[in-house]
Design a protein. Structure first.
Length: 351
């Protein structure tokens, strides 16, 4: 018996690449997401991390069925919803909600907060006991806004408050899963923590499963019980938060972690508790139109060998890793990372 609520198997999205004039024709495909497997458990917070363009947003939109996958499957509570039509999707759509990065762009400027938050209830014909207005006021309170601001417009609120409005709207249908796509990256750093804390409270109190998309590991660390790291359309590592932060096995995770400035856990005094290597990856992320053969990370990896160009490493549990901690590397990092090691990579040393 599994408590997985939202599962992706081999999930793939290739956007057609068109060129030519006056008649456009397909000249290739952007391999935004390429055969990823992931399982989000009921009530958990699952972080999805990676650099810009690695396919996080596309994954979020596929999971919420805002985008049609090119291949693969999505299951919600055991039911295959990959190709579910509008009618079959309607009840599921209310249970899987999305919060977007830009709180302003995602709120209709001509609607009052009351109407915005009530919108999903209207669309789905839901009439809560006590009426929609009372429910909206309650939701505004839940997200830390003044219910008396019911008749105000989005421009009258700060960025953090607007994101709270977006969160209230996402909560209106009592979702079981919320996919939050970079929900705090457009906000001031001082406000970010408040919004993350709100999401954490909601996850704890309402038992909502969260897929929290972020480009850096620092934000996800405060919120996620499990974390998946993406690179160029693939998941390269997934595992419990502590496994990922303290014992990263994939070189890319290692490099991402080295950008986290502060100690990973101030309270942790174990020798492996803090990772402080400074790894500067050489070069840019390759194009998702023609990704490298074999391991997609190999062109930037200091460990790359011949095998990496010909054999794609499977996402598996490396020797010495905890259960459920999987990585996709032929030469995983040692199981325990020494404290305060300084790794300065010389691009000239790369194969
Ligand atoms: N509608 C589209 N048509 C063509 N290519 C697309 C489309 N949407 C995304 N892409 C491409 O797919 C790749 C993955 O994009 P995606 O937005 O999922 O990445 P991301 O990791 O969320 O990045 P960011 O943090 O910058 O949003 C990128 O190369 C992007 O340019």
């Amino acid at each position: 018996m599994t408590d997985d609520i939202l599962v992706a198997d081999g999930l793939t999205k290739h956007f057609p690449l068109m060129a030519g004039f006056p008649f456009k024709r397909r000249i290739g495909a952007v391999q935004a997401v390429d055969g990823i497997d992931l399982a989000v458990r009921s009530g958990e917070s699952f972080g999805l991390v990676g650099e810009s363009g690695c396919g996080k947003s596309t994954t979020g939109r596929l999971l919420t069925r805002l985008l049609e996958p090119t291949a693969g499957r999505i299951r919600y509570r055991g039911e295959d919803i990959t190709h579910a039509g509008r009618k079959e999707l309607a009840p599921i759509r209310s249970e899987i909600q999305m919060i977007f990065q830009d709180p302003y762009a995602s709120l209709n400027p001509r609607q009052t907060v009351g109407r915005i938050v009530a919108g999903p209830m209207e669309i789905n014909g839901i009439a809560p006991r006590g009426g929609r207005e009372a429910r909206v006021r309650e939701l505004l309170e839940v997200v830390g806004l003044n219910p008396e601001h019911y008749n105000r417009f989005p421009h009258e609120f700060s960025g953090g408050q607007r994101q709270r409005i977006g969160i209230a709207r996402a909560l209106a249908l009592e979702p079981k899963v919320i996919v939050a796509d970079e929900p705090v990256s457009a906000l001031d750093v001082s406000i970010q923590a408040q919004v993350v804390n709100l999401l954490r409270t909601l996850q704890g109190e309402l038992g909502i499963a969260f897929v929290f998309i972020a480009h850096d590991l620092a934000v996800v660390r405060h919120f996620s019980q499990r974390v998946a790291v993406m690179y160029l359309g693939k998941i390269v590592e997934v595992g419990g938060r502590d496994d990922i932060y303290r014992h990263p096995r994939h070189p890319y995770t290692h490099a991402l972690l080295s950008a986290v400035p502060e100690p990973l856990d101030a309270a942790d005094t174990s020798p492996e508790g803090t990772v402080r290597e400074r790894i500067r990856l050489a070069g840019d992320v390759p194009s998702p139109v023609s990704p490298p053969s074999g391991c997609r990370f190999r062109t930037r990896c200091w460990k790359a060998a011949d095998r990496c160009a010909t054999e794609e490493p499977p996402l598996v549990r490396a020797a010495g890793s905890a259960e459920g901690h999987l990585s996709a590397c032929h030469f995983p990092e040692p199981p325990t990372v020494a404290r305060d090691t300084e790794v300065v990579l010389d691009p000239a040393l790369r194969p």
